[in-house]
Write a protein that binds this ligand. Structure first.
Ligand code: ADP
Length: 193
């Protein structure tokens, strides 16, 4: 089973993706985590992208597509995967399609976590306070910019998946367990259809 999780920054994709990984024994791939890993390892790529991450802009499509393409071919992704943070632009969605066609694989579910953005900003602010801003892009200005980027570059992908009949919307404002339940119900309903 292959899943894409969508939602604005702070919507809780990571939390839900970890749960899906555990419940379904499929691999979570968070592009944000992968990129932050590059930055903390001080790799050549990490040094190149550090400022981009801090600004809330997106790293160039070519970089992220290459990372994902190589990761999806690893053995731990063969039973299924959950994409958390990818695709984030129309060219990334097109590149994903091309690789899936090449490998004779497909996406089974596209789930969008819908949230109220004002509440979201409060959530992220408290995440930053609690963790002492463990993430350098977790401050209000950068978050507002990440939200803008989401609307301008990522949300335009949704109609594409909607036209393929894959898109399912879930209320991301519910408590974490209730969101998980909605996601599981969505997966089960589709499996039974
Ligand atoms: P969030 O969803 O909370 O904004 P992520 O951890 O998914 O956070 O991403 C953090 C940052 O990593 C983004 O703001 C962006 O700079 C970069 N990033 C993550 N995924 C992608 C992607 N698919 N394409 C380009 N940049 C990405």
């Amino acid at each position: 089973m292959n899943i894409i999780l969508f939602g604005p920054p702070g919507a809780g994709k990571g939390t839900q993706a970890v749960r899906l990984q555990k419940n379904h024994k499929i691999r979570q791939l968070s592009t944000g985590d992968m990129l932050r890993g590059e930055v903390s390892s001080q790799s050549f790529l990490g040094k190149r992208i550090e400022d981009i991450l801090d600004s809330g802009e997106l790293v160039p499509d070519g970089i992220i597509v290459e990372l994902i393409e190589s990761r999806l071919q690893d053995s731990d992704c063969q039973k299924g995967f959950i994409l958390d943070g990818f695709p984030r632009t129309v060219p990334q969605a097109e590149a994903l399609d091309e690789m899936l066609v090449k490998w004779n694989r497909h996406i089974d579910h596209v789930i969008v976590l819908e949230v109220d953005e004002n509440i979201l900003i409060e959530r992220i602010k408290s995440r930053a306070d609690e963790s002492g801003a463990a993430r350098s892009d977790d401050n209000e200005d950068v978050l507002r910019h990440r939200l803008e980027v989401y609307h301008n570059q990522t949300a335009p992908i949704l109609p594409y998946y909607e036209s393929k009949g894959l898109l399912r919307r879930v209320d991301g404002m519910k408590p974490i367990d209730a969101v998980t339940e909605q996601i599981e119900a969505t997966l089960a309903a589709k499996a039974a259809a």
